[in-house]
Design a protein around this ligand. Structure first.
Ligand SMILES: [Zn+2]
Ligand SMILES: [Zn+2]
Ligand SMILES: [Zn+2]
Ligand SMILES: [Zn+2]
Ligand SMILES: [Zn+2]
Length: 230
């Protein structure tokens, strides 16, 4: 009785859980889900030409993109591995009709056609320790070719936050310049689009625009989301 109650409670919790909790349960950082600045190429696995270790176990390669997963997940009923990102895409685009919540959809392993549910994926944290050690011993290098090398997680962090060759946008509000981080950090100091804040409407105004700034017009634009050309 107790066990069936708790199973029912678990099922109810799973059914009502948000997309966010599924994502965190398979360890995909939110940035990979919501930030469109990241391309498909970035989100899928590390390509084999960036893997330095010779003779690593090929079964760690994602069955969908054939790269080495940045966030590996294991299939529940077979030994196949996918990138967490590829797994989400795979379940979203296969099997059960799309009005089902993602965690309740059925899909098949792209490699051996075994059935599984999205909620059954095994996250890296729950891999057998031998698999964890093997995966962590694979040496990969930064795909921007800056020379940095490390584990899949180290390289993922490096490429996302610290590589001087990764593409970023100038942080100034009005500037849309994009380029390698090292170059943008130099540009940032002398960027002509630096914004300041109007003392009356408190909206950001670029230095170039300050002389003909009109608070009412700027507020209308901010509220409506419409960009007027002046
Ligand atoms: Zn993949
Ligand atoms: Zn399989
Ligand atoms: Zn790098
Ligand atoms: Zn700039
Ligand atoms: Zn103003």
């Amino acid at each position: 009785m107790d066990s069936s109650n708790s199973a029912a409670a678990e099922a109810a919790a799973a059914a009502s859980s948000s997309k966010k909790s599924i994502e965190s349960s398979i360890m995909i950082p939110n940035k990979l889900i919501n930030n469109h600045a990241y391309s498909d190429a970035y989100e899928s696995g590390i390509t084999t030409d960036n893997i330095k270790t010779k003779n690593f176990d090929q079964r760690f390669l994602c069955s969908i993109c054939h790269g080495l997963p940045r966030y590996p997940v294991l299939m529940p009923n077979c030994p196949h591995v996918l990138c967490a990102y590829c797994a989400v895409k795979h379940v979203e685009t296969s099997g059960t009709p799309s009005f089902y919540k993602v965690e309740r959809r059925n899909a098949r392993c792209p490699e051996c056609r075994q059935d599984f549910k999205f909620s059954e994926y095994i996250p890296f944290m729950k891999f057998h320790s031998i698999n964890k050690v093997q995966l962590m011993s694979i040496d990969v290098e930064c795909s921007y070719k800056c020379g940095y090398a490390g584990t899949i997680f180290e390289v993922d962090q490096h490429e996302t936050f610290s590589c001087s060759l990764r593409e970023i946008q100038c942080p100034h509000f009005y500037c849309d310049r994009v380029g390698p981080a090292g170059e943008i950090s130099k540009h940032y100091a002398t960027c002509g689009k630096q914004a300041s804040y109007c003392g009356q409407c408190v909206l950001p105004v670029s230095m170039n625009e300050f002389h003909d700034h009109d608070c009412i017009k700027r507020l209308k634009i901010a509220v409506s989301g419409i960009t007027l050309s002046t």
